[in-house]
Design a binder for this molecule. Structure first.
Ligand code: FES
Ligand code: FES
Length: 155
């Protein structure tokens, strides 16, 4: 049995303290200990992006991260994207453009797009596509997703 380690970090602006097994994944910790179920596990191997969260401003696959590596970090998850005023513009564009079908990939997509737009608010279509290279969707065929992000980037 792996040792347990106390960690403290900020998630969506709130300080969290948890005790985690040394080998626990960050995704399992977020979902099982903090009840943040937005990030999903699909491949579990860093191939699909369904588990994407932002760590200190950088998008990461939380399935590949150890929970202990979140110690002292600033984490953003899909649960923190919506404000009191309503959906984030990225989320609204996904709705408006029909860029969601089953929705399993969507939290990871939105977080990856947020990372892309935080770094570059006016990306070209090619830059948008490149930003989403690591995110797999089994449903939409991608064109509606790219259209939605293009709309946000141009507004
Ligand atoms: S579940 Fe993490 S990349 Fe697929
Ligand atoms: S909407 Fe179903 S996997 Fe993307």
């Amino acid at each position: 049995m792996s040792a347990k380690i106390d960690i403290e970090f900020t998630v969506n602006g709130a300080v969290k303290q948890v005790t985690v097994p040394a080998t626990a994944s960050a995704l399992d910790m977020l979902r099982d200990q903090l009840d943040l179920k937005g990030a999903k596990e699909a491949c579990g191997e860093g191939e699909c992006g369904a588990c994407t969260v932002i760590v200190d401003g950088v998008s990461v696959c939380s399935c590949l991260s150890y929970a202990v590596d979140f110690d002292g970090r600033k984490i953003e998850t899909i649960e923190g994207v919506q404000s009191d005023e309503g959906l984030d513009p990225i989320q609204q564009a996904f709705v408006d453009y029909g860029a969601v079908q089953c929705g399993y990939c969507t939290p990871g997509m939105v977080m990856q797009v947020k990372h892309t737009l935080d770094k570059n608010p006016n990306p070209t279509k090619e830059e948008i596509q490149r930003g989403l290279e690591g995110n797999v969707c089994r449903c939409t065929g991608y064109s509606k997703i790219i259209d939605a992000v293009t709309e946000v980037a141009s507004s």
